[in-house]
Design a protein around this ligand. Structure first.
Ligand SMILES: Nc1ncnc2c1ncn2[C@@H]1O[C@H](COP(=O)(O)OP(=O)(O)OP(=O)(O)O)[C@@H](O)[C@H]1O
Length: 469
């Protein structure tokens, strides 16, 4: 996409000269002769750069005044000042106020091109840096090797570069936002912005202001224009988080944005064109929301071009050890505390718990354990260090406080109880997959089948291993 440069100068000759030089280099240009038309052009479409004369005859605001308005509205757009003889001091002042650089009249084409190129590169670098900072704390990979996660990862790889709209469903804390970030990073928009709007946390009026932005009041100095999330996401991806919480009226407006790739700011009539990929997430059943009249069917079909589901953590228990260790390592890195591992018995307990808060709950527990678990820094965290509610979910075989119950039984019954619970816990760990369980416990698949039958265990019973030890 060619860079679009707005040239603001009251002298037609200078505008023509600058336009000629920049167009020869492949830039797109627009021209304005005074402050009002400059600000209007800037608002109609955000340019890549502004070339701005310091002194404008017959204009409501001079160069510095215009710079102030533009900067207040879009500080990331670089401005190059043009100064004439006698206005150099003002140009220097403009740089102190945030202009990128200035060129002095009369100027050579090379000097203009050099400054323009540098200013655009610097702005791009700054954008990339803030994107990197944004990504630094966030997960951009799906940890896990369960069949469900492998399938999800391969779907993400396939869909990401197509630029399609995606609707990501799944319970709270399961990793929907991680999937959305992966879609962005693996798309052609990766260098563009990734913006998140949480539709559940804002009241309806604030939500629309945030989304569409607010048009400037009569005096742009006292009530400047505010760009919304949609505008900030131009050239990138917008994530509509918890989209089911969006009020019906706003849903209607979003349908029109998706249709036209254009919208009006709140309180304004100017059409703003945007190029944005929209991804939405929800933990509700949108079919039921449509039935109940709370979600627009037309919006559902527009968002649900590619549906992706992130399964609950209890549906993929075998991912728990890798996730837990990953979060311990992250936590150690950010807190500076020594890294600790988890013992096999602790991992087995974690794998039998149901995780109603999903991966987020596991992550929080790992943060807590690294700080609170007793023991020497290099010792692994053991099952008895886990909070009681997590440990209570484990079958008797994993709970040493229940060993008295086993001790009260004759050997044959104690062994049967142990085998039954041990195998249920292992089946749980491998999400009911007999082959993988058999290979882990060191039995032939058919022998494990026979054993389970003798003990009266069905692979589907595995959930029953939780909580009723
Ligand atoms: N597979 C994964 N690999 C690494 N980190 C993950 C994974 N899944 C989730 N996380 C981490 O778990 C936390 C919750 O994930 P995320 O915010 O993506 O969930 P969500 O489904 O969008 O939740 P909500 O619906 O509550 O917004 C985050 O800290 C995220 O980094």
């Amino acid at each position: 996409m060619a860079h679009d440069i707005l040239i603001v100068d009251d002298e037609p000759d200078i505008r023509m000269l600058v336009t000629g030089i920049l167009r020869d280099e492949g830039y797109e240009t627009r021209e304005a002769a005074d402050s009002d038309s400059a600000i209007a052009a800037f608002r109609a479409r955000r340019p890549s750069l502004v070339v701005l004369d310091v002194w404008l005859q017959g204009s409501r605001l001079d160069g510095l005044g215009i710079l102030e308005v533009l900067h207040r509205e879009e500080p990331q757009v670089p401005v190059v000042m043009i100064s004439g003889h006698g206005t150099i001091e003002t140009a220097v002042q403009a740089i102190q106020q945030g202009a990128y650089d200035f060129i002095e009249k009369p100027f050579k084409a090379d000097r203009l091109l050099l400054v323009v190129r540098r200013a655009i590169e610097a702005a791009q670098l700054q954008r990339e840096n803030s994107e990197l900072r944004l990504r630094a704390g966030a997960e951009t990979e799906l940890i896990g090797t369960s069949p469900q996660i492998r399938e999800l990862r391969s779907a993400v790889e396939k869909v990401a570069p197509t630029g399609s709209r995606v609707l990501i469903t799944g319970p709270a804390g399961a990793g929907k936002e991680v999937v959305a970030r992966m879609l962005h990073i693996r798309s052609r928009r990766a260098n563009g912005p990734f913006m998140v709007l949480n539709c559940a946390t804002l009241n309806p009026a604030r939500l629309e202001d945030e989304l569409f932005g607010v048009e400037a009041g009569a005096d742009p100095l006292t009530s400047p224009r505010r760009a919304g999330t949609l505008e900030h996401a131009h050239g990138g991806t917008l994530l509509l988080d918890e989209v089911a919480d969006m009020p019906l009226e706003t849903q209607g407006k979003i349908v029109r944005v998706l249709q036209d790739q254009a919208f009006e700011r709140i309180g304004g009539a100017t059409r703003v064109k945007v190029d944005v990929r929209v991804i939405a997430t929800t933990n509700r059943d949108l079919g039921a929301e449509i039935q109940a009249g709370r979600f627009r069917e037309d919006l559902f079909y527009r968002l649900n071009v590619v549906p992706l589901r992130v399964p609950a953590l209890r549906e993929r228990r075998e991912d728990i050890p890798a996730l837990a260790r990953h979060f311990l390592a992250r936590s150690a890195e950010s807190s500076g505390l020594p890294l600790r591992d988890l013992s096999e018995d602790a991992l087995a307990v974690l794998q039998t718990y149901d995780w109603p808060g999903n991966v987020r709950q596991l992550r929080n527990l790992m943060d807590w354990l690294l700080i609170m678990a007793p023991g020497e820094p290099r010792e692994p965290i053991r099952a008895e260090h886990l909070p009681p509610d997590i440990g209570a979910a484990a079958p008797t075989v994993l709970r040493w406080d229940k060993s008295a119950e086993i001790m009260a039984l004759p050997l044959r019954e104690a062994r049967e109880l142990f085998e039954r619970q041990y195998l249920l816990a292992q089946l749980n760990r491998f999400s009911g997959n007999i082959s993988r369980t058999a290979s882990f416990v060191g039995m032939e698949r058919s022998a494990l089948h026979r054993k389970l039958k003798t003990l009266g265990v069905h692979a589907d019973d595995r959930v029953a291993a939780n909580g009723n030890g």
